[in-house]
Ligand binder design. Structure first.
Ligand code: BEZ
Length: 213
């Protein structure tokens, strides 16, 4: 299939999961979604990743985000592994894990990178908005566990920049100063949107307090 790019509609599918069959777009509803793949059940890094996702359930919910994991293991394996994740990571896995034994989702989302492994998915992340558009992708190798605080940080940036004419600088986190988008030039609109003012370091680099704080 063609490479999925930012702004594309996330492909729909129906697949088995630990929560029963899932029709993806219907399941997503009006929420944001983090769809993330892991190489295999009962592996150490994956165990910590799914445990961390479960521990951050409140943070995902607060942002109207549903996490959903996927690997090519069957659903009975996922169910047994969830017990291990809960035991070892001191948490309760409360999101579905897709059982993609026929690689339907892996193929649709290009999650198998044959020069890394011909059989299992790499660590892909797709952040999908409520209109089902792909807004961010990450790809990590099997040996490197992902930073789920970074995933939340990107979602904060997307949700902020969707509703205000700002962009977020390097290493920004919620509450830090932001950048007024260069396309916004009307002084009256700038004054109305950013009543706390801004600092023009350069004409194209205008720093302002985060407007929704
Ligand atoms: C892991 O999750 O620990 C892992 C999975 C596949 C390859 C290497 C590590």
């Amino acid at each position: 299939m063609a490479t999925l790019r930012l702004g594309d509609i996330a492909p729909d599918f129906t697949q088995e999961s630990t929560a029963g069959p899932i029709r993806f777009h219907e399941w997503a509803g009006d929420s944001w979604v983090v769809l993330f793949s892991h190489p295999a059940d009962f592996t150490p890094v994956c165990t910590t990743e799914l445990g961390k996702t479960a521990a951050l359930a409140g943070e995902f919910a607060r942002r109207n985000v549903k996490p959903i994991a996927v690997s090519v293991d069957p659903v009975d394996s996922h169910h047994r592994w969830v017990g291990d994740i809960n035991d070892t990571q001191n948490t309760t896995v409360n999101f579905p894990i897709l059982a993609d034994a026929d690689k339907k989702v892996a193929d649709l989302y290009d999650m198998i990178h044959p020069n890394a492994s011909t059989t299992v998915t790499v660590r892909s992340v797709f952040i999908i908005d409520p209109q089902k558009r792909i807004r961010t992708t990450f790809t990590y190798p099997a040996s490197t566990g992902r930073n789920f605080d970074e995933i939340l940080r990107v979602i904060d940036s997307l949700q902020l920049t969707d509703s205000h004419k700002v962009a977020t600088p390097a290493n920004w986190k919620d509450g830090d100063d932001v950048i007024i988008v260069p396309s916004l030039q009307d002084p009256a609109e700038i004054a109305q949107r950013f009543p706390k003012g801004f600092k023009a370091v350069r004409p194209y680099l205008r720093i302002t307090p985060q407007p929704n704080k």
